[in-house]
Design a protein around this ligand. Structure first.
Ligand SMILES: [Zn+2]
Length: 335
C-alpha cells in the first residue's frame, strides 16, 4: 500500500496543507454550473444544506433521492474488466470505442479496481469495516462521453503526445480512471460514506475516481448534463495534470497569500467561483474548467463585481492560456 503522506518532492503550496492529504476533493460542494439553466443545481443544493441543518441526514437523503435523476435505463455489459450500462448495441460499440481511445490515445487505463486501491490507501484511518464496503460500479454513457471530452482538453500532455510536449520530463499525473459507487468524507476513525462526493483525483496512485453522484442532477435540471459532467472531470484532471503550475499560479495572483490563505488585498482579482475561493487548488481547478468550457465567462466574469468570486478573471485566463500554450513545444528543426 502506498502511503497517503506527501512525498518530499511536493511543491511548497501543498506542503502547507494542514491535513497532509493529497486527494484534493471537489464538489462535496456542487460545481457552480456552466450553463445558465444549471443555476437550479446551486439553488437546490443550498436549500438542501439548509434542510440538512434543520432535519438531519436521513430526511435529506430521502429528499435528495426524490429530487435527483441519474441515468436512463439500460443494461450492464462487460468491456474488459469494467461494466458499462448501455441502452443499445450502438451504445455498446460507442463505449468500446471510448475505452480504446482513452487507453491508446491518452494512456489512461479504465480500471475501477484502481479506485478501490486509491481510496484504501488514502483513507487508511477509516475503519476497515467501512473501507471494505467501497464498491466499483458500472460506468454510464454520460460519464464515458464526458470523460472522453474532458481528456481532449489535455491531449497535448497525454499518452504518446506527452513525449513531444513541455511535460515530457515527468510522469503523466493521471494514469487510471475508476467508477466507484460512493466515496468517504474524511480520513479519520469517523470517516463514512458520503453521497455528495462527485469525483476525486488521487495523486499518489495517479488515479481519477468518478462517483455515482457525478451523474445525478435535480429532476428539473434543464442544462446540458454531459457538459456539466465534462466540466467537473476537467476540474479534477486539472488537479493532477496542472499540479506543476500551482506555485506559478500563486506567485502571480495577489488574491492568495499562501495556497490556503487569502491575502485580503483590496482589488485583487478573485476566483471565478465561490468554490474556487476555498483554496488555491480549487481556484485553479475551476479556472481551468471555465478556461476550456466557458472561456468568455472566465475572461469577462459571471456577473460579479471586481474582487468578488465570479468577477472577470483576465489574469487567470492569461495564466492558464500560458500554461496550455506552453505544452506544445516547437518541433526541433531538422537539419
Ligand atoms: Zn477540486
Amino acid at each position: 500500500m502506498i502511503s497517503a503522506r506527501p512525498s518530499p518532492t511536493h511543491s511548497p503550496v501543498h506542503d502547507r496543507r494542514p491535513d497532509g492529504l493529497r486527494d484534493r476533493t471537489i464538489h462535496d460542494q456542487p460545481a457552480p454550473p456552466l450553463s445558465t439553466h444549471g443555476e437550479t443545481v446551486v439553488a437546490n443544493e443550498s436549500s438542501l444544506l439548509a434542510l440538512q441543518r434543520t432535519f438531519g441526514n436521513a430526511h435529506v437523503a430521502r429528499l435528495v433521492a426524490e429530487r435527483l435523476q441519474r441515468q436512463p435505463a439500460g443494461k450492464p455489459v462487460a468491456i474488459g474488466d469494467e461494466q458499462v450500462i448501455v441502452a443499445s448495441d450502438a451504445e455498446k460499440t460507442e463505449a468500446e470505442q471510448i475505452f480504446k481511445e482513452i487507453k491508446e490515445k491518452y494512456g489512461i487505463r479504465m480500471s475501477s479496481r484502481s479506485g478501490i486501491s486509491a481510496i484504501d490507501s488514502n483513507y487508511e484511518q477509516v475503519p476497515e469495516t467501512v473501507r471494505k464496503q467501497v464498491k466499483t460500479t458500472a460506468w454510464t454513457m454520460e460519464e464515458l462521453r464526458a470523460l472522453a471530452r474532458a481528456l481532449t482538453h489535455f491531449a497535448p500532455i497525454l499518452g504518446k503526445e506527452r513525449a513531444s510536449s513541455s511535460r515530457s520530463g515527468s510522469k503523466q499525473e493521471t494514469a487510471s480512471a475508476s467508477s466507484i459507487e460512493q466515496g468517504i468524507n474524511e480520513n479519520t476513525s469517523k470517516g463514512k460514506f458520503v453521497k455528495k462526493l462527485k469525483a476525486q483525483q488521487f495523486d499518489d496512485l495517479r488515479n481519477i475516481t468518478l462517483y455515482s453522484s457525478l451523474t445525478e442532477f435535480p429532476a428539473d435540471f434543464k442544462g446540458d448534463r454531459v457538459l456539466e459532467i465534462e466540466g467537473i472531470i476537467t476540474h479534477e484532471l486539472a488537479h493532477g495534470l496542472l499540479d506543476y503550475a500551482t506555485d506559478d499560479y500563486l506567485k502571480h495572483l495577489d488574491y492568495w497569500k499562501t495556497g490556503d490563505a487569502k491575502s485580503g488585498k483590496q482589488g485583487a482579482e478573485a476566483p471565478i467561483t465561490d468554490y474556487g475561493a476555498t483554496n488555491l487548488d480549487e481556484d485553479l481547478g475551476d479556472a481551468v474548467r471555465f478556461y476550456f468550457l466557458a472561456p468568455d465567462k472566465l475572461k469577462n466574469g459571471r456577473g460579479e463585481k471586481p474582487g468578488k468570486p465570479g468577477n472577470p478573471c483576465p489574469k487567470r485566463f492569461a495564466l492558464i492560456d500560458g500554461y496550455v500554450k506552453a505544452w506544445k513545444r516547437t518541433p526541433p528543426k531538422t537539419p
